[in-house]
Structures are given as structure tokens and as C-alpha cells.
Write a protein that binds this ligand. Structure first.
Ligand code: ZN
Length: 587
């Protein structure tokens, strides 16, 4: 059923795993054992997903079981075929990760803020849990777990689970955790490093390296207000805690919605709370994604389209409609950028398309996020919020702890919003490439101000300095998106000053500026580009910079050497992404 997993649900399901992990920073290997409990007794074979994982021993009630890695696939990894499980509901597997495990990034002390201790973290979405432990690595399978992580003292381990005992003894720290709510494997997560923490709300705490703690605690101090607004839209928050971990700069994503412990990129620490929409997004995943989960990665838009919808509704309640409509416009522009990379007729511009033989990371784009969002807004506008909001609450309540395919969702829509379904072209929205012409339009005074400035600039008038100073960071980003692809280098320099970028800590805005500057033959920005590529590992920024470097005449030859220089600093997912970008550009 799932094109990205060897899982065969007819054989049985994993229900609970008891892990012990021992982390060896010197060899960059995690040794693990897992006691796997099944939903019911299994008599016969079982297939599990693994990749670059050394399976050492499999036993059942003390007896060794025989097994073989009998299939291998570039996308799926290997099939661990356990031969005959003799009518038992528990087996034990010992295993060892490889230094190249795609879910793990091992950071040297120099790659951390403090510079004194190493750091390790996992990122399992989409197909990477299988490089840490054997599992039914499909979002359709949920299990609970408990874990003990053994690391060198004085490091601290954290997990996307409830923390338990911590014992420091003889140079090691043993950190215990339990996860009482069933999760799909992609939401398994842990990290270990020199971590401190601070409470920032009645159910929220921020973890960070001590050097970054204060800034992070300030930036995310409004988290409780976000949770309260989210509960109004989606119903009660069931994961008890919404803690956050500020990641080292190499973290590949903006955030990862690991339940109970969201992982966040440090690029959203701007000192002005202007990028905390990422926190709202990860929070919204607590319902859409973590509670109601896409059944396969082909249904990814169900996770992301809904989460962007909730993110903007929550931000509308907190910051007003003008601001959230502006976010929608910026989001849609970003989606069109991605669509053009694939080609407007290409499969990845559909909400749902066959991903057999393709890695979800390679076809993942903002299409799932923004086209999914626009589809949900179209439904909302057809029936009005008076009808749509109760539908949302009911959907979350009835589908919680379930995994849905796109077709399950369509059936649910047909049952509960039949009037909307009659008036919308579902097939076009979901299965056709490109973007529907009758998609909802967004409008906002903040947007109009930017459009006026862009029109004026195109007609030869420089933007008004006082106006630009008053703009929000989102308006500034949109301005950089909307001005022509290339502008005179002198204007580029002027925009940098007018947009206040010299004093800004906002790396998202800085990236948008650098992309314009590279396209505009502003050769002098290369040291700034290098500085960013050296210190930021967020894939969205890194890929965009390399794509633009590789597609602009003057910088084309510099793309490959720059990647060689910095690639070791990037997460394996980002390394693979940039490699694809450079191959596509032929450099
Ligand atoms: Zn998301």
C-alpha cells in the first residue's frame, strides 16, 4: 500500500518498542536494542525497513531467529526479512547505526554555538527512521515507546517524549523517556548536547545551548497565547507539553513538529519575533500531522495544507487579517517558484501524484503547503466559516490517532460537506497539475502598499525611504520577490540600506536580498553569500542560494567549489538536495 515501505500489514503491526540507545560520539555510531511488542501474536515472517543499519541479533524468548536482508532499493533501502516468528508477541533486535545514517547529524564542537561539546540530533521525516532502528517505516503504523539514552556526562539528551529519570554516574548520563501516545515512526526524535532549559509558559519550556537560551526564551515567549488560539480552532491540545528545542544552525528545516518537543531552526531568532509563524506552524501540526496523519507521503498535502491553513487562521487571530493575507500571497509566490523548477505540467505540481520509485524528499515542495492551503480556503469560502469551523473540529475529533489517504479525506468531505463538494472541482484541485485559475484571491492593505512601490519602481521612481522603514519584514520580503528578476547593481545596494538589512538578524530576508543581488550581477555580495552558506544549514535558504548561483552567468562556476567547501556542514538531506540542484543546472 505504501510505495515507500516494505511494511506488510497482513503480517502484523508493531505496538510498542522499548529502546536502549548508547551514543558513541568518537565513532559516530549509536548502538541500540529494541524490544518490539506486536498488536497480536505473530506466527510467520515479518518485513521491517532498514537502511545502512547493521542488524546484529534478533531473538524471541531468548532463542535466536534467522533473518536476511533480501531486497534493496535506492529509495526504500533494505528489507529486513525475519524468518519464522514462532507465535510470539515480542522479539528483541540489537543493531548499530552507520556513521552515514541519513537520520542523524553528528556535529563537532566547532559547529555548535558554545564550541566545547559535540551535538547529535535526529530528523526522521520522511524515510529516515529506518536508518536508526528497524521499523515499519510508514506513517500508517503508530506505536508507543519508552527509551533510555546513554551519553557521555555532562551532555543532556532530550526526546520527543515525556522525560523521566536522569542518572549521572561514572562519566555517563542515562536519560529515560516514555511516549504514551502512539506516533508514526517519522515523529521519533532525540537530540544530545550541552543543553539548558527555561520554562516559558504553563506547558512550555525551551531547550537550547546555554549561550542561546535567553534570546530563544524571549523570541518564543508568546507560545501560550498561540496554543490557546490553536485550541479554539482545532480543539484540546492532547500532547500535554509543547516544549521546543532550539537546534544548531545545521538543522535542515525551519521546524520539525516532533510531538511534545518541536525542533526549531535558529534562523527564526531575529530579536523582533517576526518569524515566529514557524512556531505556530509546528504547533498546528500537533493536530494536523501528529494526530490526523497522512497515510503515505503521497498524501503529504493533508499534513501540510491543513497545517498552513491553521497557521494562518491562528496568526489572523493574533496579528489581524491584513497580515495573514499577506503571508498567503508570499506563500503562493514561493509555491510558483517551486512549480517552475519542476515545470508547470509536472507531476509534483499536483496535490496527489504517484511517488513510486521517487524519494519523498526529492519531490517535496511548497505545492503541498500552498496549493493544499488554497484548496482548503476555497472550501471554507464556499460554505462560510460558520459551517467550516464546526467541520474542522469534528474532523479532528473523529480522525485523531488515525492515518488518512487523500481518498479517505475526499470521502469524509462528501459525507460532511456535500454542498461544498458539489460546487468545487475536486479532481482539478487534487489530481491536475498547475494551479486552478479560480483559486481564492487574497487582498490586504499591506500588500497594496508593496505593489504600489513595485509599480513605481518599474516606472522609474525609487521607493520612498520613510515608507520602506515602516514596512513589516514580510512586506520587505514581498518587495524583493516582486521587483524584476534583475535590477541595476546600484539599486541593489540601495535596497539593502533602505530595507534596513545591514542591522537585521533576519536571515530569511537576507537570503531574499542575496538572491536578487546574485541575479543582478552584484558581484560584491559573494563574501556575504559565503558567510551565510558557512553558518546556516537550513535547506530552504541553502538550496535557493545554490540554485541561483548555478543559474547566473557570472556566479555559475563558483557554485560547485562553494558546495565542496561547505557541504560537510550540511545535514545529509540538504547535501542530497543541493547535489540535485547542481546536477539539474549542469554544473
Ligand atoms: Zn509543516
Amino acid at each position: 500500500m505504501d510505495p515507500h515501505s516494505y511494511t506488510d500489514l497482513k503480517q502484523g503491526r508493531i505496538k510498542h518498542i522499548s529502546f536502549i540507545f548508547s551514543v558513541d560520539f568518537s565513532s559516530e555510531v549509536v548502538h541500540g536494542t529494541g524490544v518490539y511488542r506486536f498488536e497480536r501474536q505473530i506466527a510467520g515472517p515479518m518485513f521491517l525497513d532498514v537502511r545502512d543499519l547493521e542488524v546484529i541479533r534478533i531473538t524471541c524468548e531468548g532463542d535466536e531467529l534467522t533473518w536476511v536482508l533480501d531486497e534493496e532499493d535506492e529509495v526504500k533501502g533494505e528489507r529486513l526479512h525475519i524468518h519464522n516468528i514462532p507465535g510470539a508477541d515480542e522479539i528483541e533486535i540489537s543493531f548499530k547505526t552507520s556513521p552515514g545514517a541519513s537520520a542523524l547529524q553528528w556535529l563537532k564542537p566547532a559547529q555548535t554555538v558554545g564550541g566545547e561539546h559535540p551535538f547529535l540530533y535526529s530528523q526522521c521525516q520522511s524515510l529516515h527512521a529506518r536508518s536508526i532502528f528497524p521499523c515499519q517505516d510508514s506513517p500508517a503504523v503508530r506505536f508507543t515507546y519508552d527509551a533510555e539514552i546513554i551519553i557521555p556526562d555532562p551532555l543532556t539528551a532530550v526526546m520527543a517524549a515525556a522525560p523521566g529519570e536522569l542518572i549521572r554516574q561514572d562519566g555517563t548520563a542515562r536519560c529515560r523517556f516514555s511516549m504514551p501516545q502512539p506516533i508514526p515512526s517519522y515523529l521519533f526524535a532525540f537530540a544530545a548536547g550541552n543543553l539548558s532549559s527555561q520554562d516559558i509558559g504553563p506547558r512550555s519550556r525551551i531547550y537550547a545551548e546555554p549561550e542561546s537560551l535567553e534570546a530563544a526564551a524571549w523570541e518564543f515567549a508568546q507560545v501560550e497565547a498561540m496554543i490557546v488560539e490553536a485550541e479554539k480552532l482545532y480543539g484540546p491540545y492532547v500532547w500535554e507539553r509543547f516544549d521546543m528545542l532550539l537546534m544548531p544552525p545545521a538543522f535542515p528545516y525551519g521546524g520539525m513538529e516532533n510531538p511534545r518537543l518541536t525542533f526549531l531552526t535558529p534562523t527564526i531568532i531575529t530579536g523582533d519575533r517576526s518569524l515566529t509563524s514557524v512556531v505556530v506552524h509546528e504547533l498546528a501540526h500537533s493536530w494536523t500531522g501528529n494526530l490526523v496523519t497522512n497515510a503515505t507521503w503521497e498524501d503529504f498535502w493533508l499534513n501540510e495544507g491543513w497545517t498552513v491553513y491553521a497557521e494562518r487562521r491562528i496568526l489572523e487571530m493574533l496579528n489581524g487579517r491584513e497580515s495573514s493575507e499577506l503571508d498567503s500571497v508570499i506563500g503562493r509566490n514561493n509555491m510558483f517558484t517551486d512549480m517552475k523548477v519542476f515545470g508547470m505540467d509536472a507531476d509534483p505540481t499536483c496535490l496527489k501524484f504517484s511517488q513510486a520509485g521517487k524519494h519523498p524528499d526529492a519531490v517535496m515542495s511548497r505545492v503541498a503547503y500552498e496549493k493544499g492551503y488554497s484548496f482548503l480556503v476555497a472550501l471554507e469560502r464556499l460554505v462560510g466559516r460558520e459551517a467550516f469551523d464546526p467541520f474542522i473540529l469534528r474532523y479532528i475529533e473523529e480522525q485523531q490517532f488515525q492515518s488518512l489517504t487523500t481518498e479517505d479525506f475526499i470521502a469524509y468531505l462528501n459525507k460532511h460537506l456535500p454542498d461544498a463538494v458539489k460546487r468545487i472541482d475536486l479532481d482539478t484541485w487534487i489530481y491536475a497539475p498547475g494551479f486552478p485559475e479560480d483559486a481564492p484571491v487574497f487582498s490586504s492593505g499591506l500588500l497594496e502598499a508593496v505593489e504600489r512601490a513595485v509599480e513605481g519602481y518599474s516606472a522609474g521612481h525609487l521607493p520612498n525611504e520613510q515608507d520602506l522603514k515602516r514596512w513589516t519584514p514580510a512586506q520587505k520580503e514581498l518587495f524583493l520577490q516582486l521587483i524584476p528578476g534583475t535590477v541595476p547593481a546600484a539599486d541593489c545596494r540601495m535596497f539593502k540600506v533602505l530595507l534596513g538589512l545591514e542591522a537585521s538578524q533576519n536571515k530569511q530576508l537576507l537570503t531574499a536580498y542575496l538572491l536578487t543581488a546574485i541575479r543582478s550581477d552584484c558581484v560584491e555580495v559573494i563574501p556575504e553569500v559565503e558567510e551565510l552558506l558557512a553558518h546556516v544549514g537550513r535547506g530552504l535558504f541553502v538550496r535557493a542560494l545554490f540554485r541561483t548561483l548555478a543559474s547566473t552567468e557570472w556566479s555559475r562556476d563558483q557554485a560547485r567549489p562553494l558546495f565542496e567547501k561547505f557541504k560537510e556542514r550540511y545535514h545529509p538531506i540538504v547535501q542530497a538536495g543541493v547535489t540535485r540542484v547542481l546536477e539539474q543546472a549542469g554544473v
